[in-house]
Design a protein around this ligand. Structure first.
Ligand code: AP5
Ligand code: MG
Length: 192
């Protein structure tokens, strides 16, 4: 069993690379952004609440997010074979909650894939995607806020996972295929 966290700024390639990694290791992909966008699409009251937070580029409160994640783990039996967590954790509290959640299931995070990309390139990628993504957060104002939130609230996790000996620094620039190959080498080296 292998549990990975894929970590990085908005537009760093978490979703893109997850698609390759799930195939390599037969993992279940949980993207909390995708889960939240499904909740929005359901049109529920919770969905409206989530939409107003996401469109401003802010984070869903930890307590709500942890509950949503626990529900994803429990409602998908395939998660028992291993998961790639994309977009979670995003705060130190979420990282602690994930550790507890996995410990209760007799497992742990084995490695954290950290996609490192400069802000200028992140903005360029997201503006380009915004032309047809339909995502309410792919506009310059919200992208800037997402970057601020990333630097203030999420990037401290890098040191947290370095201290746990789990962080794999990956250059997130270059072709999608090059980056995938680098990730797979680094993960194999780490868990062999
Ligand atoms: P989320 O959906 O996770 O968005 P994000 O972190 O801002 O990242 P993206 O999904 O936009 O980018 P990505 O890293 O997946 O890159 P991608 O592969 O798409 O979260 C959205 C919101 O939900 C948050 O802002 C927050 O409000 C809320 N939320 C989610 N999780 C939460 C949590 N745990 N706690 C609280 N709130 C939470 O690639 C981006 C683009 O670049 C694509 O167009 C792609 O084709 C392109 N690209 C990728 N790789 C390359 C490459 N190598 N070269 C050229 N282009 C590339
Ligand atoms: Mg994504």
């Amino acid at each position: 069993m292998l549990n990975l966290v894929i970590f990085g700024g908005p537009g760093s390639g978490k979703g893109t690379q997850s698609e390759h990694i799930v195939k390599e290791y037969s993992l279940f992909h949980i993207s909390t952004g995708d889960v939240l966008r499904r909740i929005i699409a359901s049109g529920s009251q919770l969905g409206q609440q989530v939409e107003s937070i996401i469109s401003k580029g802010n984070l869903i409160p930890d307590e709500m997010m942890v509950e949503i994640l626990a529900n994803e783990l429990d409602s998908n039996p395939a998660t028992a074979n291993g998961v790639i967590f994309d977009g979670f954790p995003r705060t130190i509290n979420q990282a602690k909650a994930l550790k507890e959640m996995l410990a209760k299931r007799d497992t742990k995070v084995h490695a954290v894939v950290g996609l490192e990309v400069d802000d200028e390139l992140l903005i360029e990628r997201l503006i380009k995607r915004g032309q047809d993504s339909g995502r309410s957060d792919d506009n310059l104002e919200t992208i800037k806020q997402r970057l601020d939130v990333y630097h203030n609230q999420t990037s401290p996790l890098r040191d947290y996972y370095i201290a746990e000996g789990k962080y794999l620094a990956i250059d997130g620039t270059g072709t999608i295929e090059q980056i995938s190959a680098t990730i797979i080498n680094a993960v194999n080296e780490k868990v062999k």
